[in-house]
Design a protein around this ligand. Structure first.
Ligand SMILES: [Zn+2]
Length: 115
């Protein structure tokens, strides 16, 4: 956060705890000092927001926008020119996102709703 109490320079593998401001390892899943989760993603989980993907797919899925968002440019263009597979592909993708089964370009599941 902006009000980190210590202004020392961070090392390459260090980060501030967003809760208490302590300098911690950026690989830590939780702050060892206050126990707050750091928000670092487990392996296989996309850094992309599920909420953004859902909204993009719900409103603009027929344009393939949600696929561009997660880096799937090829199938995004395909979905664009087929107008979301005449709507069917868009519906399927929307359901996949809701179920947490939608994946990004690297095959990581888009399961995190917000940052
Ligand atoms: Zn902390």
């Amino acid at each position: 956060m902006t009000d980190a109490p210590n202004a020392q320079t961070l090392g390459a593998n260090q980060a501030y705890c967003s809760s208490c401001g302590a300098v911690i390892s950026n690989r830590a899943a939780a702050c060892p000092k206050c126990g707050a989760p750091t928000g670092s993603r487990p392996e296989g989980v996309s850094p992309k927001s599920r909420l953004v993907a859902f909204l993009l797919c719900f409103f603009f899925g027929f344009l393939g926008i949600h696929r561009f968002y997660v880096g799937k440019i090829g199938t995004g263009i395909l979905e664009l020119v087929t107008i979301g597979g005449l709507g069917i592909w868009q519906i399927v993708d929307t359901i996949l996102i809701i179920l947490g089964e939608f994946t990004d370009k690297q095959g990581r599941k888009v399961t995190v709703w917000t940052d």
